[in-house]
Design a protein around this ligand. Structure first.
Ligand code: DX5
Ligand code: ZN
Length: 212
């Protein structure tokens, strides 16, 4: 489970990440938005660097940014453990993945709802995760897109065949109900913003997402 801080209280980010650390988060999901690839703007490397000392949980950085390779170094320096970028946003995907991996960081690719599962195939051997978006990227709190269950199944089949150690992460509209459906379809890593930070008890919400 990778709680998304996009849904947290930005005035108390350090406390908010400690809350999900104690609640059993496996990653901290950090949504970077540039107002270009997506209509919304969130935060950048300076904020990520500032909160890095407050938890030992790995930082799962999700770049929703046009031409993300321009900014990799800043996120590596800020303390990213994984960098995920959008396949739709970067023209030179393989070299971009190599740039991240050479820095000792894991590299992952994300696809939006309009992008076919097969698009990740040429890069699978380099990937730590494939992130299948289950909403249009840009905002927290949107409704889960059912038809993405097919994409999850197709990506799972590709992973099983070509790189079984690759993780399959899903992001958008994930709550205790949709979690069961995405896990059944083949997801193993769940991003959740509002389901965790909107809950009275983040620890209980994380446990519910795990199916405990
Ligand atoms: C959406 C972001 C998500 C967002 C998910 O573009 O990538 O990570 O925080 O929010 P929820 O879980 O509320 O749908
Ligand atoms: Zn995200």
């Amino acid at each position: 489970v990778s709680p998304s801080v996009l849904a947290c209280d930005f005035a108390h980010m350090a406390d908010e990440i400690q809350k999900v650390t104690q609640g059993g988060a496996d990653y901290i999901h950090l949504d970077v938005m540039d107002g270009n690839f997506v209509p919304n703007i969130s935060f950048g490397p300076a904020v990520i660097k500032a909160i890095r000392p407050y938890t030992d949980v790995p930082f799962d950085v999700h770049l929703m940014v046009e031409r993300p390779s321009r900014y990799f170094q800043a996120y590596l320096d800020a303390g990213a453990d994984n960098i995920t970028f959008h396949l739709e946003a970067e023209p030179y995907i393989a070299p971009a993945l190599d740039q991240i991996r050479k820095a000792g960081c894991s590299a992952s690719l994300s696809i939006k709802p309009g992008t076919e599962a097969e698009a990740v195939f040429p890069y699978l051997d380099k990937l730590y995760m494939v992130l299948v978006m289950t909403v249009e990227p840009g905002f927290g709190g949107q409704a889960f897109l059912e038809h993405q269950l097919d994409t999850i199944r197709q990506v799972r089949a590709l992973i099983e065949r070509y790189n079984p150690s690759c993780r399959l992460e899903v992001d958008g509209g994930i709550n205790a109900k949709t979690a069961a459906a995405v896990v059944a379809a083949g997801a193993d890593t769940l991003v959740a913003g509002s389901a965790v930070y909107g809950a009275a008890e983040p620890a209980a919400a994380i446990a519910a997402l795990r199916g405990d």
